[in-house]
Design a binder for this molecule. Structure first.
Ligand SMILES: NC(=O)c1ccc[n+]([C@@H]2O[C@H](COP(=O)([O-])OP(=O)(O)OC[C@H]3O[C@@H](n4cnc5c(N)ncnc54)[C@H](OP(=O)(O)O)[C@@H]3O)[C@@H](O)[C@H]2O)c1
Length: 278
């Protein structure tokens, strides 16, 4: 993979901290040819991921290792972002630099977001990170970052699936040539697996419901970040990128299933707020 910004699929690692599970799943993700590994300081698995990669290098010395993307959580925006990124690099296996780093969520004080963004730009200038971006920021918040620094994020990571599509955010990224990544692309998994519309569509395209969900990401123009610890599903999720949904099917899925219920505007932001108040 030469250009990270042209990635087609990222491998998600949220909630996976078990070393054995990561050793296996990271090995499969590399062999299945995902384009990068997505982690975050908040996931508390950077050290384990560093160890899994070291193990993979030992087992497959000739294979290329996947680029890594990490994120800095807002509870640390008051601290020095250069030092925070260096902590992640150390955990990830004493790396000198990383492919991508994002501000994980907006801080409740916008001045903190601007401060953190300025320092992330500094990290890029220092060569600690190649590409920088933000996650879960509204377009208006990104405009402020740009107005204050003259630097627009190269990557935006947002919740995106048939159940939660923000076309305003997709359009914003497209208009500004920003790589958009979609987290939780499988969406409301249990509900989706039983959904008659999705099941019928899977029949029509001769694939599984999960494949339709990934193909939907491709059709909407964002890069799905998918987590699985299962070897078969890790491979299947990459294969699903090849499915081309018809325009009318994409529209049908969106009209029927999009609930605009971003978890960010409900529980997650108030959690971040409480966390910062400590
Ligand atoms: N920036 C943010 O705020 C943010 C927030 C949340 C997540 N993320 C990132 O986005 C990644 C993905 O989000 P997520 O992990 O919440 O959700 P997800 O990848 O949409 O879904 C993960 C779930 O789907 C299952 N799954 C995966 N492939 C499947 C398939 N082909 N068929 C059936 N089930 C399948 C997995 O189970 P198995 O493991 O058993 O296959 C797991 O339970 C995260 O891991 C993280 O890296 C970012």
């Amino acid at each position: 993979m030469n250009n990270f910004l042209k990635s087609k699929i990222g491998y998600g690692t949220y909630k996976v901290t078990d070393q054995k599970e990561l050793n296996n799943s990271i090995k499969w993700a590399i062999l299945a040819k995902y384009d990068f590994i997505d982690t975050a300081a908040f996931y508390k698995n950077e050290t384990q991921i560093g160890k899994s990669i070291k193990l993979f290098k030992k087992e497959f010395p000739k294979k290329e290792i996947l680029p890594i993307q990490t994120k800095i959580f807002p509870n640390n925006f008051k601290k020095n972002i250069v030092s925070e990124l260096k902590i992640s690099l150390k955990k990830l296996g004493n790396l000198k630099s990383i492919e991508a780093c994002l501000l994980h969520r907006p801080h409740v004080e916008n001045s903190m977001n601007v401060k953190a963004w300025k320092e992330l730009i500094k990290c890029q200038k220092l060569g600690l990170v190649k590409y920088i971006g933000v996650s879960n920021f509204e377009p208006d918040m990104i405009r402020i970052l740009y107005n204050e620094t003259g630097v627009i994020p190269q990557i935006v990571q947002d919740e995106a699936s048939v159940n939660s599509i923000r076309n305003d955010r997709i359009r914003f990224c497209k208009d500004n040539h920003i790589m958009m990544q979609g987290w939780r692309p499988i969406g409301l998994m249990e509900k989706n697996m039983k959904c008659p519309l999705l099941k019928n569509m899977a029949k029509k395209y001769k694939c599984n419901v999960s494949d339709i969900l990934i193909a939907f990401s491709v059709a909407k123009g964002y890069v799905p970040i998918v987590k699985s610890s299962n070897e078969k599903r890790i491979y299947a999720n990459v294969k699903a990128l090849k499915i081309k949904l018809k325009k009318e099917d994409v529209i049908k899925l969106e009209l029927d299933l999009n609930e605009y219920q971003s978890t960010i505007t409900s529980g997650a932001d108030s959690y971040a707020y409480l966390y910062l108040k400590k």
